[in-house]
Design a protein around this ligand. Structure first.
Ligand code: DGY
Length: 428
């Protein structure tokens, strides 16, 4: 069974490989996506280190001169996706792309690949990638944290990678969608619309793209005037971990100045996360930098603190209590949103379904703070989901049914890197 799934996962990555870069799945997502590629590289690393390095290298080819690495690289036109390159209006960049970023998993992936491949040639590749990754992280710490608060904001729900999370409902409510006009979605022709964001969400997504395009995607204009600018625990924790991984690589390469800069960012974020702590919920939630209000729900991102190297009991003990509360309600961990929240929907994209990549990061963190049995629950549940429903984009936390796109690259990659029992036992 496991060998069969190993082969199936590998074959999905090979089929979705369009020549040096990988698409998440055919039809629904026909381009190179940022954090998808980072996870995909972990899967490739299990059978082709060359291809693993290449996946990150092709991603970084899209880096803008200011350091931003776009969330989509439109390497060739594909009419099966909307909104395509013309809607984004990002001219004069290394290649047609979207205008904002996505969670920076790449540095963490690069450290992981380098641990598996310390050849002299790999070190040369690492040196090149290191400079680009550092520049990208610097962009996050300035463009998306212009006040130096130590928390990272997103200017679009798509930038968070968790598009229709209930946390965005309130902050997107006041967005003026009157000039969005008519458009034709493509996602709902690939996937059952009940598993996707609603039209009202898409109107707001497009209004934000319109804002970015009209302001030439300028980070200053965005930080000052974008109607949506929300500090996100996932973005903040993922960057904090990635900063730590980049720091380890800086030390490996003798990059002393960069190491000092990274240490400053890490210290600032370690103290900044208190802004995201919601005393009432005893959990990390979003913080709307426009209205000054905190989110009222717990999402899977609320469990990423250990992944970011946070082990303070003040945060971890309540987090574990929430973990156990949710674990007692669902068959498969970790739902993307709290099942006790009124906005929870078990099959609608980021409003409830389980995502393998979130499970991977949560479990990694839990393992690193010694929470082995909870980490094992995450891995066992992920294995059971994939065994039941294949390499789906996401899964129903009660029934285990697969949802969204199928033959999905990142689900296959985390199977190969983490879930498969044919990998070394005991690794979270
Ligand atoms: C989509 O098109 O659904 C993507 O999530 C945007 O990144």
């Amino acid at each position: 069974m496991s060998l069969h799934l190993d082969e199936a996962a590998r074959s999905i990555l090979e089929t979705n490989d369009l020549g040096g870069y990988t698409i998440p799945t055919k039809g629904l997502y026909p381009y190179q996506w940022n954090w998808d590629s980072a996870f995909v590289s972990l899967g490739f690393a299990r059978f082709s280190l060359e291809r693993a390095w290449q996946e990150i290298e092709t991603l970084m080819e899209g880096q803008w001169p200011d350091g931003m690495v776009p969330h989509i690289l439109f390497r060739k036109d594909d009419p099966s996706y909307f909104p395509g390159p013309s809607v984004w209006g990002t001219h004069g960049k290394p290649m047609p792309s979207s205008g904002h970023s996505q969670p920076p998993v790449a540095a963490t992936a690069v450290r992981h690949i380098y641990e598996l491949d310390k050849s002299p040639a790999a070190r040369e590749r690492l040196k090149v990638l290191f400079r680009k990754l550092l520049k990208w992280h610097r962009w996050f710490h300035t463009a998306r944290d212009p006040q130096g608060l130590g928390v990272i904001a997103v200017m679009h729900p798509w930038e968070s990678g968790r598009d229709n999370l209930p946390d965005w409902d309130e902050p997107t409510k006041q967005i003026d969608t009157s000039s969005v006009g008519t458009y034709q979605r493509k996602d709902t022709s690939h996937v059952d619309p009940t598993m996707r964001p609603k039209k009202a969400d898409y109107d707001r997504y497009l209004a934000l793209v319109q804002f970015g395009r009209e302001h030439n995607w300028d980070p200053y204009a965005i930080a000052t005037n974008c109607p949506f600018f929300v500090a996100d625990p996932a973005m903040t924790f993922i960057l904090l971990r990635a900063d730590r991984d980049l720091l380890a690589l800086a030390k490996e390469l003798g990059e002393d100045e960069a190491a000092t800069e990274l240490e400053e960012w890490i210290a600032r974020t370690e103290s900044g996360i208190s802004i995201l702590w919601n005393e009432d919920l005893q959990a990390f939630t979003v913080f709307d930098l426009r209205s000054g209000t905190k989110g009222d729900g717990i999402s899977s991102a609320s469990f990423l603190a250990p992944y970011a190297g946070i082990s303070n009991p003040q945060y971890i003990e309540p987090m574990l209590a929430h973990f156990d509360r949710i674990a007692s309600q669902v068959t498969y961990m970790m739902p993307s949103y709290d099942p006790d929240h009124e906005a929870f929907e078990p099959m609608r994209y980021w409003r409830g379904p389980v995502w393998g990549i979130l499970n991977y990061m949560i479990a990694k963190g839990l393992g690193e703070i010694g929470e082995d049995s909870r980490a094992a629950r995450m891995r066992d549940d992920t294995a059971a989901l994939i065994a039941k429903s294949g390499f789906a984009e996401y899964f129903n936390p009660f029934t285990g049914d697969g949802a969204g796109g199928s033959s999905f690259s990142w689900t296959s990659a985390i199977w190969l890197d983490w879930v498969t029992p044919t990998r070394t036992a005991g690794e979270a």
